[in-house]
Design a protein around this ligand. Structure first.
Ligand SMILES: [Zn+2]
Length: 292
C-alpha cells in the first residue's frame, strides 16, 4: 500500500486522503459520544427539563428600595427639616428652641457616639416631639464597610436611641449620603428606611455657607414634600442656627407645615397608614449625592 500511495499520484492519493480524514472524523465523533456532549460556550442555555420534571428554581432578583429623597403628595404642604451629626450641646438646644417657637418638628439623624456622650440632649430632642434617626455610630462612610460592620453600627445606634427615648428608630441616613446595594440591604433587614435629601436642598451649611445662602438654598423651589439637609453638629453650626429662624418664618409664610420625615411618609401613604401604621415606601425622584 505504501508503494501504491507514494507511487501513484493524482486520484488515488486523494481517495486515500479522504478515506483517512473520514476515519479520523468518525473516531472523533465516537469519542465525543462516549464523553457526552460538550457545550461550545459557557453561556449555553441549560438543557430544558423533560416532561414532568420540576421547574428549575427561580432566584429572586435582590432589589432594595432606593433611598427616599422626597415625599410628595399633591395638596400636602409639608416640608421635612433634617439635622445631621448631632447632638451637640452648643447648637442642638438652640435649634430645639427655634423649632418649638414655630411649633415645628424635625428629624435628627444623630451620630451614635455623640448621642452616647449627650443622652440628655437625645431625650430633649424626643421630648419636644422630634424624630430621632440613625446616622451611624462613628460617622464612617458605609461604602467600604463590611456588611457585618454596617450591622454593628446600625444595631448599636438603634439600641441606644431606643434605650434613651423608648422608641425604635425607623430611618437611617448613611454618613456623607454614600451608599451601595449592601447598605440598602443591611438597613432594610434591620427595618430601617434609608433617607437622603431632596436634590437641590443641601444648603451646604456643613461647608460654612453664610446664613443668607443657607436660607436661599433651603427655601427656593419649595413645592411640598422636600427633605432638607441641615446640621446641628459636626462643626461650627452658628450659621445654621442664624438661618433657621428665617427658614421657619418663610415656610410659615408659604403655609408649609414642618414635620418629621416619618410623619410625611405616613401622611403620603394615606389616612389608614397615617392612623398608626408604619411608613410606606415613598415615590423617590432621585438619589442625592455629595455632602454629609
Ligand atoms: Zn453626617
Amino acid at each position: 500500500m505504501k508503494t501504491v500511495f507514494f507511487s501513484t499520484g493524482g486520484r488515488a492519493w486523494w481517495k486515500l486522503l479522504l478515506a483517512c480524514t473520514g476515519a479520523v472524523v468518525a473516531l472523533a465523533a465516537l469519542g465525543s459520544l462516549a464523553r457526552g456532549p460538550v457545550p461550545e460556550r459557557a453561556t449555553l442555555a441549560p438543557a430544558s427539563p423533560g416532561p414532568g420534571a420540576p421547574p428549575p428554581p427561580r432566584l429572586p432578583a435582590p432589589r432594595q428600595a432606593p433611598p427616599v429623597v422626597t415625599v410628595a403628595r399633591p395638596g400636602d404642604h409639608l416640608v421635612a427639616l433634617t439635622f445631621d451629626d448631632g447632638p451637640d450641646p452648643r447648637f442642638t438646644p438652640q435649634i430645639l428652641a427655634l423649632l418649638g417657637r414655630y411649633r415645628a418638628h424635625a428629624t435628627f439623624f444623630v451620630i451614635g457616639k455623640e448621642a452616647e456622650q449627650h443622652p440628655d440632649l437625645v431625650r430633649a430632642v424626643a421630648a419636644a416631639g422630634n424624630e430621632l434617626a440613625v446616622h451611624g455610630w462613628s460617622h464612617t462612610s458605609f461604602q467600604r464597610m463590611s456588611a457585618a460592620a454596617m450591622e454593628r453600627e446600625l444595631v448599636q445606634s438603634s439600641r441606644l436611641i431606643q434605650r434613651l427615648t423608648g422608641r425604635r428608630p425607623r430611618l437611617f441616613r448613611p454618613p456623607y449620603g454614600r451608599f451601595n446595594p449592601t447598605v440598602l440591604r443591611v438597613a432594610s433587614g434591620l427595618g430601617l428606611t434609608v433617607v437622603l435629601w431632596t436634590p437641590g436642598h443641601d444648603p451646604f451649611d456643613w461647608a460654612g455657607a453664610l446664613p443668607g445662602l443657607i436660607v436661599q438654598r433651603c427655601c427656593s423651589r419649595i413645592q411640598g414634600g422636600e427633605i432638607i439637609l441641615l446640621h446641628d453638629g459636626g462643626g461650627d453650626r452658628r450659621n445654621t442656627v442664624r438661618a433657621l429662624g428665617t427658614i421657619l418664618e418663610r415656610l410659615r409664610a408659604g403655609h408649609y407645615d414642618v414635620v418629621t420625615v416619618s410623619e410625611m411618609l405616613a401622611r403620603a401613604a394615606g389616612p389608614e397608614a397615617g392612623a398608626g401604621a408604619g411608613p410606606a415606601p415613598a415615590p423617590p425622584r432621585a438619589t442625592g449625592s455629595g455632602s454629609r
